[in-house]
Design a binder for this molecule. Structure first.
Ligand code: CO
Length: 260
């Protein structure tokens, strides 16, 4: 008997509306496309798991979910992260704890995060091109999360793709090496009147609401203090069909690996 599981793992969010717009639709799309798989959910953020547990909503960690799927007799398991790169979350909360369970399954595969292959970068650049088109080509400022892990380089790679495609979009990060301060002179160089802010993150959660669009010490207020009209868009990347399709493609690659 073959029993196939697909575990979709995100950092998670405690904001219900962005969860419904950015995470649930990817899971629903996966259920439709991979009909012979039972689709499950896990979050990597312990903080969010704890917060939701207080509201009576129980979400497992990837390790808890995979252990349970092994106990429940799943023979094949695909784990697809909705993370953007192979950083700390991916290594320490997905790869390291889950590889221990590899032999509990006949087939086991972990999918790539969003920004992995060259075609991933091309497709995400294309999505940002669409965003740029949606605001009539006015300059964009994208808020990436950023990390002190070497995978922070994804933002440089993506920025280069945007330059090459002549898309007027600058990336800066909250916790990575490309800070807003660093790119501000470049952003202001052509004297823009207005700048559109978008999160370069799966969901529009705390960072988007507070650090990007908040009224207190946010990227919006930094731009305003430079005399620029800052227009924040609280739209997680998970809302966009083309982003969802990249994740589905990564799942499909795992399926091919398990069932050639
Ligand atoms: Co953060």
């Amino acid at each position: 008997m073959i029993k196939k599981g697909l575990l979709i793992v995100s950092f998670g969010t405690s904001y219900r509306d962005t969860e419904l717009k950015c995470i649930a639709p990817i899971e629903d799309a996966a259920k439709k496309v991979f009909k012979d798989f039972e689709v499950g959910r896990a979050f990597t953020s312990k903080m969010i798991i704890k917060k939701l547990a207080k509201e009576g909503k129980i979400i497992p960690t990837p390790e808890e979910a995979v252990k349970k799927m092994a106990d429940d007799g799943f023979t094949h398991l695909i784990v697809q992260p909705l993370h953007f790169m192979k950083g700390h979350e991916y290594q320490k909360k997905i790869i390291e704890p889950l590889l221990i369970y590899k032999d509990s399954f006949e087939g086991f595969a972990i999918g790539d995060p969003l920004l992995s292959s060259d075609s991933d970068f091309d497709q995400v650049a294309d999505v940002i091109g669409d965003l740029s088109g949606s605001v009539n080509g006015e300059p964009l400022l994208l808020m990436g999360h950023g990390t002190d892990h070497p995978s922070d380089s994804v933002y440089f790679t993506l920025q280069k793709k945007l330059y090459d495609a002549q898309i007027d979009a600058k990336i800066a990060t909250v916790e990575g090496s490309i800070t807003l301060t660093k790119i501000l002179p470049d952003l202001l160089k052509n004297g823009p009147q207005a700048v559109h802010l978008f999160p370069l993150m799966l969901v529009a959660g705390d960072h988007a609401r507070n650090d990007m669009a908040g009224d207190d010490d946010s990227w919006k207020t930094v731009l305003q203090s430079e005399g620029i009209e800052a227009i924040p868009h609280l739209q997680g990347m998970g809302e966009l069909m083309k982003i969802r399709q990249i994740f589905l493609r990564h799942i499909r690659a795992c399926k091919k690996e398990l069932f050639p």
